[in-house]
Design a protein around this ligand. Structure first.
Ligand SMILES: [Zn+2]
Length: 375
């Protein structure tokens, strides 16, 4: 028997899908980079002005590193009301929820701290997202071990951000890591990502032990993984929150893990990089390709298929309202003031997501205004 027959192309399956492009990378598994000195002091939860200062420093650092010329560099002035979503996992628990036989969501009890998940077949297990450090990656593996002793054969990174990839190094050496080609490229910019992650979690200890471990298997459009009696489909529908946004889908459960692409109930699309139009097209492609009952987002609350329509409406409304503001000559400040987040997109008033979602909207308005007014 061929020892590595796991990757199956979708060509013989449903029509219209493109061939899988998967290959082993020449990346080495372990490479440690030091954090710049100026950010090592942030060993506590920053508040208010302190956070603003830290944010400015981080965006300046990001701009000075490798993002020059991109949207993030242009968006380094932070709109009023924006703060980075609180995803420090300290004290968070991952709660296992079985979606269908062998298919599990791992839901953080501290949203928007990252969710995860895993799928069990006869041959072994596939895990979705590695979380932010070795401790959280250990919690994922404990959850797997609570239901099966089969090996963890695969780990999928849904995007390059540290909260989805920094736990990679804590998975067994035999676990093969799968990612979109652009995700793998961005993961190599480890130093830059550590700076951003440190600003978000505000506590150096959270990522102090992290080592870079890059993916083993890259894909471009679509990859099918047969775990033995259970098939997992992996898709890239285009640029949304990040260039390599990846959706992991199990058809028998009609369940999709969406990483940062769809942030679920209580949150809205976040234009960290890339514009609203591209994001809208990506979600539309996702919505018309897969039959969905359950969405396990990277951060928010579990959602149904309807959240895709809501996200599409949000993005088209954002583009339309900002375009009208630009057309009538409104300044950025006037546009931000005129376009608060519509009430229908707000979570329950007592939700921990209310602050983040309001800030994300302000960011999106600013980003869209800049995209429409600068080359
Ligand atoms: Zn994320």
């Amino acid at each position: 028997m061929e020892s590595n027959p796991i990757l199956v192309t979708a060509a013989g399956g449903q029509s219209g899908r493109r061939q899988v492009v998967a290959r082993k990378t020449a990346f080495s598994h372990k490479r440690t980079l030091a954090l710049p000195k100026e950010v090592e002091c942030a060993n506590h939860q920053p508040k208010g002005d302190e956070m603003k200062t830290l944010l400015k420093m981080v965006f300046a650092a990001a701009a000075a590193l490798l993002i020059t010329g991109s949207s993030l560099a242009r968006a380094q002035e932070i709109p009023e009301g924006f703060f980075l979503p609180p995803i420090n996992p300290t004290g968070a628990t991952l709660v296992t929820q079985e979606l269908s036989p062998g298919v599990y969501a791992l839901l953080s009890d501290k949203p928007p701290v990252d969710n995860s998940g895993f799928v069990v077949g006869k041959r072994g297990v596939l895990v979705i997202d590695a979380h932010i450090n070795g401790e959280m990656a250990g919690k994922i593996q404990q959850a797997v071990r609570a239901v099966t002793d089969k090996p963890i054969l695969y780990l999928v990174n849904t995007n390059f951000h540290g909260d989805h990839t920094f736990g990679n190094y804590a998975f067994p050496a035999e676990t093969q890591i799968i990612a979109h080609r652009k995700t793998a490229e961005r993961m190599a910019r480890f130093e830059e990502e550590k700076v951003l992650m440190l600003a978000i979690v505000g506590e150096a200890a959270v990522i102090a032990d992290v080592e870079l471990r890059l993916p083993d298997i890259l894909f471009d459009d679509h990859l099918t993984v047969d775990l033995g009696g259970r098939v997992v489909e992996i898709y890239h529908f285009g640029h949304g929150n990040t260039p390599g946004d990846t959706v992991v889908y199990v058809s028998e459960a009609k369940a999709a893990w969406t990483g940062n692409l769809v942030l679920g109930e209580g949150l809205i699309p976040f234009l960290i990089e890339g514009d609203a139009g591209a994001y809208l097209e990506t979600i539309a492609r996702f919505a018309r390709t897969l039959e969905i009952e359950t969405i396990i987002p990277g951060h928010g609350l579990v959602a149904g298929q309807a959240v895709l329509g809501r996200d599409l409406a949000y993005l088209s409304g954002l583009i339309d309202s900002v375009r009208k503001a630009v057309a009538r000559g409104a300044t950025l400040e006037e546009t931000l003031a005129a376009l608060p987040l519509e009430k229908s997109y707000l979570p329950a008033p007592d939700s921990p997501l209310t602050g983040p979602v309001t800030g994300i909207h302000a960011w999106n308005v600013r980003k869209t205004y800049l995209d429409l007014t600068t080359d």
